[in-house]
Every structure is written in C-alpha cells, then in structure tokens.
Design a protein. Structure first.
Length: 301
C-alpha cells in the first residue's frame, strides 16, 4: 500500500505561478498547480486590483514535466489620466482609472463634457497628438503610463500646430543641454525687465532675493498690485534717468513676467545644484516653464 502511494506521488509534479511587479516585488502569494506527469494544464491570468498584466508567457497551455516549473507573471501599476481644458490650464483634472474586464487593460472612461467647439487631443512631451475619436469611451493605449489629454478649439489647435512648426524649425532641441537651457531661460527675464541695475556680480544675490520676495507678495495680495519692495530699493537712485528707474507700483505684472522671475530663480538653483537627480528635476521644471512662456507669447501675438 505504501509503495503504491509513493509511486502515485512520484507520478505527479507541480508548476508554481509567481505574481511580481516590474521591480521584482511579490504582489501576492505564489500559486501551485498539481498535475500528473505528461498531463496538460493551463495558466490562468487573474485580474489584480490596481495592476495590469504587462508580461506573460506566450504559451499558456503546457504539459507537466518531471521537473517543477516556475512561471512568472509581471504586473504594472495602473497609470494616471489628466485632462486639461485649454492652453492656460496648468492644473488639469485627474480622472481615476480602474481595472478592465481583461488583466492587461483598464476600463474605458467617459471624459468630461465639452461644448461642440472643443475637441480632445492626446498630449505628451513631443506636443499635441491625435484627436480622441470617442470621448464617451476613452481607453488609454498604455494603461500603466501617465496619460494627458487637452481640449482645444480649432483655432487653438491651429496656433499650437504653428508654434510647434516654428520651434522645430529653429533647432530648439538644443535647449535640452543644461548650459544652453540656462542661457535660454535667462533671455525672457532680460528682455522683460529694465530695472537699471548694473552687471556687477555683487548685485545678483540682491536681485534674486527681490524677485523671491516680489513673487511671495504677489501671491499674498492676490496679484492686485505690484509689491513695493523693488521700488523702495530704487529710491536712493532717484538721480538716474527715468528710463532706468523701476516701474511704479501701479504697473500690473504680466503672467510672462512672473514666469520669467520663476525661471530666473530656477537658473540660480541650477548653478548651485550638485546632485544629478536635482539637476534633472530643475531642468525639467525649467523646460516646462519655458514652454509655457513661449505658448503665452505666441498667443499674445
């Protein structure tokens, strides 16, 4: 009797199914499939909440062998979907994504309603992409990516297309170099401000501090007026020509001026940054602000 049970155990084997993330972390406990040697079995692909299947064996139907089989199913976290309305929407609206009816997809979502003059377009680092054909049942192509969409009118889309053509014709890809990026970012501030300060390097820390304080006061006052600090600093220099004096406190700053001030602070931080990750993060932020300034400049024209 004991010999028969031992023979039966030797005639069986198992396959162990692992459910791992892209980083190699275990998402759930492995499952074992027991079958007789030479018997066929099929690998099930479960739907895991918050994850989508990104890598699986090509052959799901297998034959049990004399050696245990280790099979790995790789899952990735479900990505995000941000929807922006118009060219000036910098915040966007987050649309939750959930598991679909298959392990490798997310469920389709209904995009926020827009009027007949607006259409949704895909948006990535390269610019504006294809139009979304069915906003009532949108499903991201890459369920694990950070997907962005923007609603534009035909006129806005034409402006964006024209701007992208002009930027691409000018060899603007060179601004991705950090040194070139610093130089490029300083241009809007130089052109938009005529404060009368000299080029002496000792004045630069004072300028940066003034810009930071000015930005802080603008936010605290709701942008109702320009902060008085720059004007107070210029009072001792009242003998200078009027063309070199700072603008009065009644002058209303434009969004481009405020963004230029922020870019100047980022440039200064880039000069002082040491870590590669810090430099990369600052460069990315600066690139985004520069793109916004260019967009606003094109629209104003």
């Amino acid at each position: 009797m004991a010999e028969a049970e031992g023979a039966a155990r030797q005639a069986q084997n198992y396959a162990e199914i692992h459910f791992d993330s892209r980083d190699g972390d275990q998402i759930m406990e492995p499952l074992k499939i027991f079958r007789a040697i030479s018997e066929e079995y099929r690998i099930a692909l479960p739907i895991l909440s918050g994850y989508v299947l990104v890598n699986r064996p090509q052959n799901l139907t297998r034959t049990m062998t004399t050696d245990p089989a280790i099979i790995k199913l790789i899952y990735g976290k479900i990505g995000s979907l941000h929807v922006y309305h118009g060219l000036t929407d910098m915040t966007g609206e987050l649309i939750p994504l959930h598991n679909g009816d298959r392990p490798d997809t997310v469920a389709s979502v209904k995009l926020p309603d827009v009027d007949d003059q607006h259409r949704y377009y895909a948006m990535d680092d390269e610019g504006i992409g294809d139009q979304i054909k069915d906003p009532s049942q949108y499903q991201p192509d890459n369920p694990t990516a950070k997907t962005s969409l923007v609603s534009l009118t035909d006129a806005e889309k034409q402006k964006v297309d024209r701007m992208e053509r002009e930027l691409s014709e000018g060899g603007n890809e060179n601004i991705l170099n950090i040194d070139d990026l610093k130089s490029e970012l300083e241009k809007p501030l130089t052109e938009s401000e005529s404060t009368g300060y000299g080029d002496d390097s000792k004045e630069q820390p004072q300028d940066a501090a003034s810009q930071e304080n000015a930005a802080s006061e603008l936010y605290s006052t709701g942008m109702d007026q320009v902060p008085s600090q720059p004007q107070q600093q210029a009072q001792p220099q009242s003998s200078e020509p009027s063309t070199l004096r700072p603008q009065s406190s009644e002058h209303q700053p434009t969004p481009i001026t405020l963004l230029a001030q922020a870019l100047s602070l980022i440039c200064k931080s880039l000069e002082e940054a040491e870590g590669q990750q810090e430099i990369a993060d600052l460069a990315e932020s600066a690139h985004q602000l520069l793109a916004t300034i260019r967009t606003l400049t094109k629209l104003n024209n």
